[in-house]
Ligand binder design. Structure first.
Ligand code: OXD
Ligand code: MN
Length: 597
């Protein structure tokens, strides 16, 4: 095998695998990614020369680039994502499955000679801090410079990783091939530590360290090795005495997860000296520490955030992180300034611009009902930003031991069913609360409005094995954590009868976090209700916001009728998950039904 530069490992197992993949895909050149600045700069130049990237205004957006994916390749494709376990039942009813022998054969045909005339980049990378007990290592082979440059932001990639590569590394093969949507596959072989992705160039399908490794493969490893990989943000809330308490929180998409991860405390709290630190915005790996608490790291090194809606008000920290060293995907290109724009950035769309497809764009044609065809930026357009460029990045971001978690928070978008916040009775009940997590579809999403989609632990598309076994693993973990975090559920999206949100959300969500931490410290009482512990009105601080006592009572009320309706939906979902739903959770469901009367 002929590398253009020096191999970064001598491990024969790793080299043999690269050789095998290279003889299948047949690239013209093979280059190891050292991630040294001179190499990256040469790759950026090359990508600009072919149109793969556009360099943006160096003064306004230093070291920032714009990329457009194919118009039919703009999001993760769950229907084409597969968990290929030898036994179908191990992938479970929620995942798509193909027999691994058949899948390897089918994809081998698609990879055959797919890199002829192209370069294969060999990206050694770590999820987590190099050398940390949490860290896991992988190699992604790809024919895309865009993937290389994104992986260098999103993971700890490059020459320092070489010495950590051994037989346990995660083998990732990605080829854009022909970008044929009918032959697009995102396949996971958890029993072989392997990920194969073909015919896509979109982030979540091709940055294999993220959803594919850090959630799907890692959740499987975690089950076997006694730890957890979760779709959770991690934030630290610092009180005026300097003490920082950490919260891990899981939300389905479109619930403001990145905004919560980077929350700016409202003036009432900031004046007193409170502060929020962001450890992670998407993924948490959790392990039991020597002190008996649950500790977490963010295995990533950057943010792959949704651009539309990000602005000075909703998330100034994320916006600041995009001001340098960022890659923008499928946003609107302001040609006068050579900068970028997206819906919800400000009220001043560029007058001379290209839309996300690269076509001349007239902002006056924008129609909310047809965003895909009329918006400047694609609704799922993204920024890839270096975590360290975020003003509120936690000082513990690189701590190889992670941070101790006081509270786990689940959330969803529910008009009526879930109160603003409640606490589970214990770990088992908390696991149940996670298992019944759900969101109602909004006008923003395609399809009917108000349809409940169950998304347990926000992991529905990301568990690399059977969902029932995953819940069983949660219950097992609960037995192994001597001093477990308390588990809560929040809902920022409660509405009145006219459908208006009655909670202000955004920074004001800090008021709810304060109650959660007070509960963890044993400093707040709570009402025992059929669904869990709910705050007394007096314990949610409303100073400085326009929320009346009546509204708070409404926010904390339990709508028994809608809970009873929900029970039926949960039963259907449990039977969809199938016969591996743990008995303990079925009992929790029965007990809830009984308490509701
Ligand atoms: C993401 C997602 O992109 O959850 O983070 O879809
Ligand atoms: Mn996510």
């Amino acid at each position: 095998m002929k590398f253009e530069n020096k191999a970064l490992t001598e491990n024969k197992y790793v080299l043999d695998w690269i050789e095998e993949m290279a003889s299948l895909t047949n690239p013209d050149r093979i280059v190891w990614i050292t991630a040294r600045e001179d190499q990256l700069e040469a790759l950026r130049k090359e990508a600009c020369s072919t149109g793969e990237l556009t360099k943006l205004n160096e003064e306004l957006l230093p070291n920032c680039y714009l990329h457009r994916t194919a118009v039919n390749d703009v999001a993760r494709v769950e229907a084409r994502t597969f968990i290929c376990t030898r036994k179908k039942e191990d992938a479970g009813n929620i995942n798509n499955w193909i027999d691994p022998v058949e899948c390897y054969a089918r994809l081998t045909k698609l990879y055959k000679n797919s890199m002829v005339g192209r370069t294969m980049y060999v990206i050694p990378y770590a999820m987590g801090q190099l050398g940390s007990q949490f860290a896991k290592y992988g190699v992604e082979l790809t024919d895309s410079i865009y993937v290389v440059l994104n992986m260098v932001i999103m993971t700890r990639a490059g020459e320092a990783v070489g010495k950590y590569l051994d037989e346990n590394f995660i083998k990732g093969l990605h080829s854009k091939a022909t970008l044929d949507p009918d032959n697009r596959y995102i396949c996971h072989f958890p029993e072989d530590n392997t990920i194969w992705s073909v015919n896509s160039g979109y982030g979540g399908n091709v940055l294999l360290g993220k959803k594919c490794f850090a959630l799907r493969i890692a959740s499987y490893l975690g089950k076997n090795e006694g730890w957890m990989a979760e779709h959770m943000l991690i934030l630290g809330l610092q009180s005026p005495d300097g003490v920082i308490k950490y919260i891990a929180a899981a939300f389905p998409s479109a619930c403001g997860k990145t905004n919560l991860a980077m929350l700016i405390p409202p003036e009432y709290y900031s004046k007193k000296g409170y502060k929020i630190w962001c450890v992670g915005d998407d993924i948490a790996w959790l392990r039991v520490g020597h002190d008996g608490r649950l500790w977490a790291i963010n295995p990533e090194n950057g943010f792959f955030g949704v651009a539309p809606g990000t602005n000075e008000h909703s998330n100034p920290n994320a916006l600041a992180a995009t001001k340098r060293d960022a890659i923008f995907t499928n946003v609107c290109h302001d040609l006068d300034n050579n900068t970028v724009w997206w819906e919800g950035l400000n009220d001043d769309p560029p007058k001379n611009a290209l839309n996300w497809k690269g076509e001349k764009w007239d902002y006056r044609s924008y129609d909310k009902a047809d965003k895909i065809n009329t918006s400047g930026a694609h609704p799922n357009s993204r920024f890839t930003a270096v975590a360290k460029n975020c003003p509120c990045v936690s000082p513990e971001f690189d701590n190889p031991d992670g941070v101790p978690i006081s509270a786990i928070v689940f959330g969803g978008r529910r008009a009526k069913t879930a109160p603003l916040v409640y606490q589970s009775f214990d770990w088992q009940h908390g696991t149940f609360v996670g298992s019944i997590m759900a969101s109602e579809t909004t006008a923003a999403a395609a399809g009917a409005i108000g349809v409940v989609r169950r998304d347990p632990m926000a992991m529905r598309p990301f568990v690399g094995y059977d969902m029932g076994d995953y819940w069983a693993h949660w219950l097992e973990m609960g037995k192994k954590i001597p001093d477990p975090p308390k588990i809560f559920h929040v809902n920022w999206f409660r509405t009145d009868d006219e459908g208006h949100f009655i909670w202000p959300g955004f920074g004001e969500n800090m008021r709810v976090l304060m109650w959660i931490l007070a509960r963890c410290d044993g400093k707040a009482e709570a009402k025992k209700t059929p669904i869990g512990y709910v705050p007394y009105e007096k314990d949610i601080n409303l100073e400085g916001i326009d929320v009346s006592d009546e509204t708070l009572t409404e926010l904390l009320s339990i709508d028994t009728a809608s809970w009873k309706e929900d029970i039926e939906n949960i039963k259907e979902f449990y039977s969809l998950v199938g016969d591996r739903v743990p008995e303990e959770l079925k009992e929790e469901l029965k007990a809830l039904e009984k308490r509701l009367g």
